[in-house]
Design a protein around this ligand. Structure first.
Ligand code: URA
Length: 197
């Protein structure tokens, strides 16, 4: 099976998922799971937390307020959105945009692990503390875990199933929304990603 077929299979499995309580929102609120989008041969994979309202309504990651900031940050680093792959750990929207629960990360995390193994990016850019913690733990970097204020913009080396990989924790773009649209610090971190394009 090629990458596109393998990714389609993940989408089918997520759509058919019954295990998570978050799936029940789909019918009730006419919303969709958000599996991921972008290049199937991307060198950089961005990993957010969970879909927000706009994302769940459209089935597309980062298409609301956080998405507009992400687009600005990508443009500032001269990275084309269509050249990267964008996904989240949790594929269904938690009610009221609350933080994902450990149980939800346990259920959806394996889909993300498979997406990484299929796309085989050279770099994982985590957006926010939840994806930072999940990815660093999964790639054996638990001992180096620290608050995101200490780790953002740093490059960690790890080993994926298909070869070496770099992990770059970044602040979640929503941070800029809460700080009156100030994106300067985030832009500085995004420039670190240029070397992987
Ligand atoms: N926040 C996220 O973490 N992911 C999205 O897709 C949108 C907002």
């Amino acid at each position: 099976m090629d990458r596109t077929e393998l990714l389609r299979k993940i989408k089918e499995e997520v759509v058919g998922l019954k295990e998570s309580p978050l799936c029940q929102e789909r019918v009730k609120n006419k919303v969709f799971p958000v599996v991921g989008e972008g290049s199937h041969t991307a060198k950089i994979m961005f990993i957010g937390e969970a879909p927000g309202k706009n994302e769940a309504e459209t089935g597309r990651p980062f298409c609301g307020a956080s998405g507009r900031i992400l687009d600005e940050l990508l443009a500032s680093a001269e990275i084309k959105r269509e050249d990267v792959y964008i996904t989240n750990i949790v594929k269904d929207r938690p009610p009221f945009n609350r933080d994902p629960l450990p149980e939800e990360i346990r259920i959806y995390g394996p889909f993300l692990d498979r997406q990484i193994d299929i796309v085989q990016p050279k770099a994982l850019a985590t957006l926010g503390r939840f994806s930072m913690a999940y990815i660093m733990q999964n790639f054996g970097l638990d001992k180096q875990l620290a608050p995101i204020s200490k780790l953002h913009g740093k490059v960690f080396e790890a080993q994926a199933s298909y070869g070496p990989i770099k992990i770059i924790p970044l602040y979640h773009p929503a941070v800029a929304v809460y700080h009156g649209g100030n994106t300067e610090n985030l832009k500085k971190d995004f420039r670190v990603l240029q070397q992987f394009i």
